[in-house]
Design a protein around this ligand. Structure first.
Ligand code: LLP
Length: 432
C-alpha cells in the first residue's frame, strides 16, 4: 500500500503534485509520504494487538529526522545499530527507553553512551561483547539490560547479501551454544538478562521462514525464560514489500493467484505468528525497517540525455548509484514511472546515472515509455535503504528530501551544498 497515485495524469504524493516539488526544490529529490508511514506502522501495531508487544522501527532503513519524528509521534520504539542512530532518535524526539541496540561491533564508547541514555536492551551478538558490556556497565555502576541474539541457522531464502540467520553469517550466537552463554552471562554482576532476540534476514516475502524460525527456537526461549526470568522475545525484522507490482498482478484477478495469497501482510504475519507466540507470556518485539518505509518513498530524477548506441537505448538521468545503490549492489528491482503519464509504445531502455561505472544503472532492457530529455521519472519504493546508503561518490551532493503530509510538504533534508563535501578535508600540513 502507498499514497503515490496519478491524478489527472500527474503523479501525486498524497495531495501534492510531485512536479511542483521539483520546480521548487530541483532534482534529484526524495519524496516521502507521511500517511503511508503511519499506515504501515499502525497496521502492524494493530495486527499484533493480541500480544504485549513493541514495534521497534529499524532506523537503518531510513534515519532521516523527519521520518523518525513521525514514527516517534506514533509511539514507535527503535532498533539501532550505532551511537549515531541513537543520537538521531533522541534529536527526533524518540524515547531511548524503547530502543534496542544491535550490531556485531559495538565500541566501548557506544556502549557507554547507550547505557547512559537508558536504552531498553543491547542485542548481544557474541560472548566477548557480553564481557565488554559487563565491564563498561561496572565502570558506570549500572546493570546493562541485554538479550542474546540467537542465530537459528534457518535459510530465509532471500538475497545472499541480506540473509543473516545461517551459520554462514557473522550474526548472533549459534543456536546450540545459546544456553551456555546465558548460563555464563547470569554470573556477570553488571548484566541483566532481560530478553532474547533473533533476526533471520531481510525482504522476506513469505511468512513460512518466520514461522519455521520461531517454531525452532520456541522450546529454547521457554527454557531461557524459566531459568533466567526473561521479559521479552524479539523476532527481528525482515517483512518484505512488493517492489514489482506487475509480478503481484500477473493475472487478471491477481488477488486470487497463489502468489497473492501468499503475500506477506501484517494480517498474514500475525495470523501465523500470534498463536505461536501468545502462550510464551513474553513481551514480543518486532524490528521492521523496509516494511514501514520502503513503499513510503520515491526518488525523483530528470532525464538529461537519451543516447542510442547500437542496439541499446540509454536514458541518462541526473540521479545515480550514489543516491540509490540497490540496483547496482543487489540487482534490486525498482519500478520506474513518469511523473506525467505518457501514451505510446514502450521501448526497451537502460536507465543509467552519470557516474563513471558500468554498475551505475537503475534498470536494463526494461520496456518503458519513450522518455525524452527533460522528462521527470520516479524510482518507486526507494524509501528504505535509499538515501541512507547514499554517498558522495564522484563528488555528487546528497539530494533534497521532502516529507508530504496531505496537501503540505516539508523539506526534511536540504540539498547538500557542493563545497560541504570536502569541508572536513585539508591540503597536507606536515607534522613530525
Ligand atoms: N533487525 C536487524 C537485526 C537487522 O539486521 C535488520 C536489517 C532489521 C531488523 C530490519 O530489516 P528489514 O525489516 O528492513 O528487512 N540494505 C539492504 C537491507 C539490509 C538489511 C540489514 N538488516 C537492502 O537494501 O535490501
Amino acid at each position: 500500500m502507498h499514497d503515490f497515485k496519478y491524478v489527472n495524469g500527474r503523479l501525486h504524493c498524497e495531495g501534492v503534485a510531485i512536479e511542483g516539488l521539483v520546480r521548487r526544490h530541483g532534482s534529484p529529490l526524495y519524496v516521502y509520504s507521511q500517511s503511508t508511514l503511519v499506515h504501515h506502522f499502525q497496521s502492524l501495531h494493530q495486527a499484533l494487538e493480541p500480544l504485549d508487544h513493541l514495534v521497534c522501527y529499524a532506523a537503518k532503513a531510513n534515519s532521516n529526522l523527519g521520518v523518525l519524528g513521525v514514527l516517534a509521534g506514533e509511539g514507535s520504539g527503535f532498533d539501532i545499530v550505532s551511537q549515531g542512530e541513537l543520537r538521531r532518535i533522541i534529536a527526533a524526539g524518540g524515547d531511548p527507553s524503547k530502543c534496542v541496540f544491535a550490531g556485531v561491533g559495538k565500541s566501548e564508547e557506544e556502549i557507554a553512551y547507550a547505557l547512559e541514555q537508558g536504552i531498553y536492551s543491547f542485542n548481544v551478538e557474541s560472548e566477548p561483547e557480553l564481557l565488554r558490556i559487563n565491564r563498561v556497565a561496572a565502570r558506570l555502576k549500572r546493570r546493562a539490560p541485554v538479550a542474546v541474539r540467537i542465530n537459528p541457522n534457518v535459510d530465509a531464502h532471500t538475497h545472499s547479501k541480506i540473509t543473516t540467520g545461517t551459520y554462514e553469517n557473522k550474526f548472533g550466537v549459534a543456536f546450540e551454544l545459546v544456553e551456555q552463554v546465558y548460563a555464563r552471562a547470569a554470573r556477570l554482576k553488571n548484566i541483566w538478562l532481560r530478553g532474547v532476540q533473533m533476526h533471520i534476514g531481510s525482504q522476506l516475502t513469505e511468512v513460512k521462514p518466520f514461522e519455521l524460525a520461531v517454531a525452532k527456537v520456541l522450546p529454547l526461549v521457554v527454557r531461557l525464560k524459566e531459568n533466567h526470568g526473561l521479559e521479552f522475545f524479539s523476532i527481528g525484522g525482515g517483512i518484505g514489500i512488493v517492489y514489482d507490482p506487475s509480478l503481484a498482478s500477473g493475472t487478471a484477478q491477481w488477488w486470487k493467484s497463489p502468489a497473492a495469497r501468499k503475500l506477506l501482510t501484517p494480517a498474514s504475519y500475525a495470523q501465523k505468528l500470534v498463536p505461536l507466540l501468545q502462550p510464551l507470556g513474553l513481551r514480543i518485539l518486532v524490528e521492521p525497517g523496509r516494511f514501514i518505509v520502503g513503499n513510503a518513498g520515491i526518488l525523483v530524477t530528470r532525464v538529461e540525455y537519451v543516447k542510442q548506441t547500437g542496439r541499446k537505448r540509454f536514458v541518462i538521468v541526473d540521479a545515480a548509484m550514489n543516491d540509490l545503490i540497490r540496483p547496482a549492489f543487489y540487482d534490486a528491482y525498482h519500478e520506474i514511472v513518469p511523473l506525467r503519464r505518457k501514451v505510446g509504445k514502450l521501448v526497451k531502455s537502460d536507465v543509467v546515472g552519470p557516474i563513471c561505472e558500468s554498475g551505475d544503472y537503475f534498470c536494463k532492457d526494461r520496456p518503458l515509455p519513450g522518455f525524452v530529455e527533460g522528462d521527470l521519472l520516479a524510482l518507486m519504493s526507494a524509501g528504505a535503504y535509499g538515501s541512507v546508503m547514499g554517498s558522495n561518490y564522484n563528488s555528487r551532493p546528497f539530494p533534497v528530501e521532502i516529507l508530504v503530509n496531505g496537501r503540505k510538504h516539508a523539506v526534511v533534508r536540504e540539498r547538500q551544498p557542493i563545497d560541504s563535501i570536502w569541508a572536513l578535508e585539508k591540503k597536507a600540513v606536515w607534522q613530525k
